[in-house]
Design a protein around this ligand. Structure first.
Ligand code: ADP
Length: 481
């Protein structure tokens, strides 16, 4: 049985800002059911320590690193049998706000120090220096916050194999040279082929340069990030390491996201009882103050940031309102997007509902109640919402990039028979609107629409087979060592 330490900066349901948290829970859970002793490591944020108190925890080690005092707790990820290790360092992690930012939405000034310490503890544990009686064969790191682990392990004899997964290349953990010095990292790391990136310290390069394998969360994104358009200046490095880079599509937790058994829904349904989906729609319209009618209802959930193509969404809403369409939008993010969306909701209360904030029950109700789900992301490493939608018979309309391209099949691609949604290629609002118009045409033909819905609902979005790809990857490293 392989032993794996999965190092992550967020994990559902303990702490979540995005898809990384979902994956950090559901992938280890799936692996734990397949010949893998996988344990998760997370910073000891207040919410994490609180969850540990509820679930029961044990103190496993105490150590000092420089000025910082650290306690290592072991608990379980709520609702699972998977072990969860918490790196408790109050000076760095006992703070309000989200993991990376204060309550005003500014990055914590000492993020580099916070995640360096986290990486150091992970590396010490993984290399047996904490004497815990458990060391992994593989350390699986995720995004920049854990990207220094392969660096710290690099020079050690008999070290575990390392995997680094890119969940979003746009977030790289860039800091000044002054910060690099203050962190006490050796000068030898300040090189363009190590951690230096255009006169800055780049955490993510730790993973990209030092890990035995690099993965990302969809095959298409694995190709895209090797191009200047999507590579954020790291495409050259990724091309250089392309023989070590692969894309493995994310799965979703099909127990939490299941329309026939969703605890947040008043009505449940499956492919053969889609009339109950209409009741979910009516209930949603009622709850959101939208007119309860048969108008096409578009859902949108996610971070309201440039990546998600919110400007294209803003552009298509007015012409669709004229056609009588409705919108249920849930998200939080930048005022340049929330302000105009608020204005639309204020001016058209019976057609546009905007909920600013994070609301899990509402996310489920929109996913079930909407007819179509809009994801015009400029880039999308994998995306989870389109898979939730497919499973709920809610037809996705997506920009054909990254994981969206890998999970949604347009009628134009599949001669109609295997189609599950609508894709647009050109990165602009006209192409987006054109795809929505095609979707509306299908929507007006009930038989065609049902066919699309059932195709999507029949897909397997679970981790079962996708987790096996990670197992094979771990094995390939062990075979090489
Ligand atoms: P990203 O990680 O880029 O934000 P993903 O599609 O990979 O995007 O994952 C986003 C996750 O966060 C999904 O589970 C989505 O449903 C959830 N989510 C995002 N915003 C909200 C919100 N405002 N309320 C509830 N859930 C949200």
């Amino acid at each position: 049985m392989k032993r794996v330490l999965f190092v992550t900066s967020e994990v559902y349901p303990v702490i979540k800002t995005g898809g990384l948290a979902d994956v950090s829970a559901s992938l280890p859970e799936a692996l734990s059911r397949q010949d893998c002793d996988i344990q998760i490591m997370l910073p000891g944020y207040p919410a994490a320590l609180e969850a540990a108190r509820t679930a029961g925890s044990r103190r496993k080690a105490r150590l000092s690193i420089g000025q910082y005092h650290v306690t290592l707790w072991r608990t379980r990820l709520p609702g699972t049998a998977v072990s969860l290790w918490l790196v408790d360092c109050p000076a760095l992690f006992d703070r309000p706000g989200n993991p990376y930012q204060n309550e005003e939405g500014q990055d914590w000034w000492d993020n580099a120090h916070r995640y360096q310490l986290f990486c150091r503890v992970a590396a010490m544990m993984a290399s047996g220096q904490l004497g815990l009686g458990w060391t992994p064969d593989i350390v699986h790191c995720n995004d920049w916050q854990s990207a220094l682990v392969p660096v710290f392990l690099d020079h050690l004899p008999n070290r575990p194999g390392t995997v680094f997964t890119i969940h979003n290349l746009a977030y790289q953990g860039l800091f000044s040279q002054e910060t690099f010095r203050a962190m006490g990292l050796p000068d030898s790391l300040w090189r363009f082929d190590r951690l230096e990136f255009h006169d800055q310290l780049s955490f993510i390069k730790g993973g990209l340069v030092y890990a035995d394998r690099i993965t990302t969360v969809s095959p298409t994104y694995a190709l895209e990030i090797q191009t200047p358009e999507f590579g954020y200046g790291l495409d050259g490095l990724l091309r250089y390491r392309s023989d070590r880079l692969s894309g493995i599509l994310n799965g979703i937790d099909t127990r939490i996201w299941n329309p026939s058994d969703d605890r947040y829904l008043d009505f449940h349904y499956g492919p053969d009882s889609l009339s109950n989906k209409s009741q979910c729609k009516a209930r949603l319209q009622q709850q959101l103050g939208l007119e309860v009618n048969g108008a096409p209802l578009f859902g949108s959930i996610g971070r309201l940031v440039e990546q998600k193509g919110i400007d294209w969404l803003l552009a298509v809403i007015p012409p669709l309102l004229e056609k009588g369409c409705q919108f249920a939008i849930l998200g939080s993010g930048e005022p340049r997007y929330t302000d105009p969306l608020r204005a639309l909701a204020r001016d058209h209360p019976e057609q546009v509902s905007l909920t600013v904030g994070y609301d899990e029950p509402l996310a489920h109700r929109i996913t079930a109640g909407a007819d179509m789900f809009l994801m015009p992301s400029r880039f999308e490493p994998c995306g989870l919402n389109q898979m939730f939608s497919l499973r709920y018979g809610t037809i996705p309309v997506v920009h054909a990039v990254g994981g969206l391209k890998d999970t949604v099949v347009d009628p134009g691609q599949a001669a109609g028979s295997r189609a599950t949604g609508f894709c647009f290629e050109r990165p602009n609002e006209d192409a987006f609107l054109h795809a929505i118009d095609r979707a509306l045409e299908y929507y007006s033909n009930r038989k065609q629409w049902r066919h699309l819905q059932r195709n999507g609902m029949a897909g397997d979005y679970s981790w079962k087979y996708r987790a096996r790809e990670y197992l094979a990857l771990y094995q390939s490293i062990l075979t090489e060592q």
